[in-house]
Ligand binder design. Structure first.
Ligand code: FES
Length: 241
């Protein structure tokens, strides 16, 4: 069965015949959902995926992308790596205007879906601006707000797990999931990457920062749900587990 793209970052293929997707690190995850959908629905357009990974070993969905390319040749994958990898034979270095315009020469006329860490997303938006892509043609999903909140300063916070009646004291760089597990609470979890949603819990009190969240809807977040694997305390916190 083919299902539509997952998550809150959606793509409407109606009326479009070409799209550029730019991903950094795990930012490829929501874009992959769109690629699967477009390939499975035999979309007639062209997709250029520009992907920045740390090393060749960090290319998420490497095999699946190669497999999709075999049956959907309109998918063009352009990868660059940013860290040392002696086995890598492809492009190295961060995304640059020169490289982006070399792999997608008509980028100024294309729609761009961008997903990655906030610093990378900001720099790519500047690159796209320089290349003449109108802001109205760019959809952005950035994550990593925690990096900007600077909560890794050695401050400890108390976390109370209301339903199990347990508590923990943790540093701000410890996730709520790690705190729960170390307190002996068997909190369900899976990917630890903000993708599967199994670790969602309700925040009853306090403030948290979220690294990345590809799964919760605006309604779920408004109802107080958070991903425990991505949440870090910014104050004393109470969660419902
Ligand atoms: S464990 Fe998958 S989203 Fe948290």
């Amino acid at each position: 069965m083919v299902s539509g793209p997952m998550g809150r970052f959606t793509f409407d293929s109606e009326g479009a015949d070409e799209v550029v997707m730019i991903a950094g690190g795990v930012g490829i995850t929501p874009l992959m959902s769109k690629i699967r959908f477009l390939a499975a629905s035999e979309w007639r357009g062209r997709i250029d995926l520009i992907y920045s990974a740390k090393t060749g070993r960090d290319i998420i969905f490497k095999q699946e992308l190669a497999e999709i390319q075999r049956r959907f040749p309109a998918l063009n994958v352009h990868v660059t790596i940013t860290s040392e990898d002696g086995d890598w034979r492809g492009r190295r270095g961060r995304l640059s205007a020169e490289w982006v315009s070399a792999v997608v020469p008509d980028i100024a006329a294309r729609r761009v879906h961008l997903c990655g860490p906030s610093a990378m997303a900001a720099s790519v938006q500047q690159i796209l601006h320089r290349l003449g892509v109108p802001a109205s043609h760019i959809d952005v999903e950035a994550f990593g707000a925690r990096m900007e909140r600077k909560n890794e300063d050695g401050t400890e916070y108390g976390i109370r797990f209301a339903r199990s009646g347990r508590a923990a004291i943790v540093l701000g760089d410890v996730t709520i999931l790690e705190a729960a597990l170390s307190a002996g609470i068997s909190l369900d979890h899976g990917c630890r990457a903000g993708v599967c949603g199994r670790c969602k819990v309700r925040l009853i009190g306090g403030e948290v920062a979220i690294d990345c969240d590809f799964v919760l809807t605006a309604e779920q977040r408004a109802a107080g749900l958070i991903l425990a694997c991505q949440a870090h305390a910014l104050s004393p916190v109470v969660v419902d587990c």
